[in-house]
Design a protein around this ligand. Sequence first.
Ligand SMILES: C[S@@+](CC[C@H](N)C(=O)[O-])C[C@H]1O[C@@H](n2cnc3c(N)ncnc32)[C@H](O)[C@@H]1O
Length: 192
Amino acid sequence: MSLSHPVKPMDVKHAQGLDTRWRRWLQNPYNIFQPYIKEGMKVMDFGCGSGFATEDLLKLVGPTGKVSAVDCQREMLEITKRKVSAPNLNFIQYHAGKGVVSQEELGSYDLVIAFYVMHEVEELGKALADLRAALKPGGQLIMIEFSFDRRFESYLDTAITQGFHVRKGPRVFLSRTASLPVPEISPSFWQV
Ligand SMILES: C[S@@+](CC[C@H](N)C(=O)[O-])C[C@H]1O[C@@H](n2cnc3c(N)ncnc32)[C@H](O)[C@@H]1O
């Protein structure tokens, strides 16, 4: 099932309001994602907006890792680009259903984070299918949404139809979260 929300991506003129000292104190991206990231990992900041989490993700993956900042709005990517640059950071403008990464990078990401993004994604089923295709078996998507978002369960249902499992996510102030692993292929699969 693919959900269709009557929503639009956040207006770029509100972008700076996403990255405030208060939010950084209450919802510190470094602390939230640290338990999920090891040095050398390949991580995607899906719906990066003005880059609230991007720099901390870079710190966590270290120089041997890689971060992709993805957004559907070129202007948001420009704001993030002005804020943070590194040789192991790339930027991708994405539209649902077109594939988020190149053919060569399918199945190569360890982690995708979607921090306050899913409520804006119009073609959620297609977007989740693209994210799943980008992740390796055993990789995971971390979904974080506002605690008052009543559609959170429906995002999870859509993720299940796209082959994700659903597990408990990190604790984040005023938010609902889930960790959505992509199942590893079981060894018994090959024994049939
Ligand atoms: C509320 S902002 C959150 C930004 C950032 N993750 C944060 O926590 O500050 C949501 C972002 O998701 C982006 N977005 C919305 N729909 C998208 C889609 N289908 N694909 C990629 N990005 C999308 C918007 O352009 C916007 O930058």
